[in-house]
Design a protein around this ligand. Sequence first.
Ligand SMILES: [Fe+2]
Length: 290
Amino acid sequence: MRHVGPNVFEVHSAGSMATGLNPRAVVVMQEIGIDISAQWSKVVDQYARETFDYVITVCDESENNPCPVFLGEAGQALHVPFEDPAYATGSDEEKLDFFRTVRDQIKAWIEVFAEGIMSEDANRVAARREELIAEMKALFQDDQRRIDHATKVLTYAEKIIAKEEADPLTVTAAAILHDIGIHEAERKHGSPSARFQELEGPPIAREIMQRIGIDKETVDHVCEIVGSHHSAGVIDTPEFRVIRDADWMVNAPEDHPDADQRKMKRLIGRVLKTDTGRSLAEETFLGNET
Ligand SMILES: [Fe+2]
């Protein structure tokens, strides 16, 4: 699962009992280029206080292989039984073959399952993206400059997350909404300064995201980014770093109009927070092919 979607899934495995890592499992996984030799077997009880989107039991309910009982919270519980190759009989080679068969069965199932989740997630983000853009445009009305700014930040942010590990919905929402408090700051405080934007932005962003049904955890995180995107060092999540880099890149030509190549290179090295942001900025401002 980790190999099918390296930036998508956080995977944990556990059984009823910790039986130790089976050396044959290590061998057959190595054959398909996956090293599990550093993993160890865990007991399901250690996850009893955790929440998972999916809990998948792969036990075949035989006498040898009772199904573990998960006591934590599961968004969806799936039972996908596979025979336990640990109980294979026969010669060493026959046992190993049985491991290979079950390995291939699990692999085929995981590929289909992961593909389904990833396309569902991508569709969900795409739908939210459209709704958020419409909300942002409705709020900024004829302030085309703000609309263009948010759209450009979104474009850079999307280029960065194609290669960085960050939650796509959080980055998308934060990019579109990061300056959403600017009109309110001007109206209430007579100033669009960073401090007032950071004060007025989060409640507006929260109201929009709640209205279109974005989950609370994402809403909180996006609000934190909106509320501190001008201030370095308040939060430092991967999503925050992507937004800072994308915003910096959109503002750079205006903020540093006289910067020559050397100064720009120095700025990029010093200010940008992600590797992808840095190479994208070098490509954009220094004409470096990366
Ligand atoms: Fe901005």
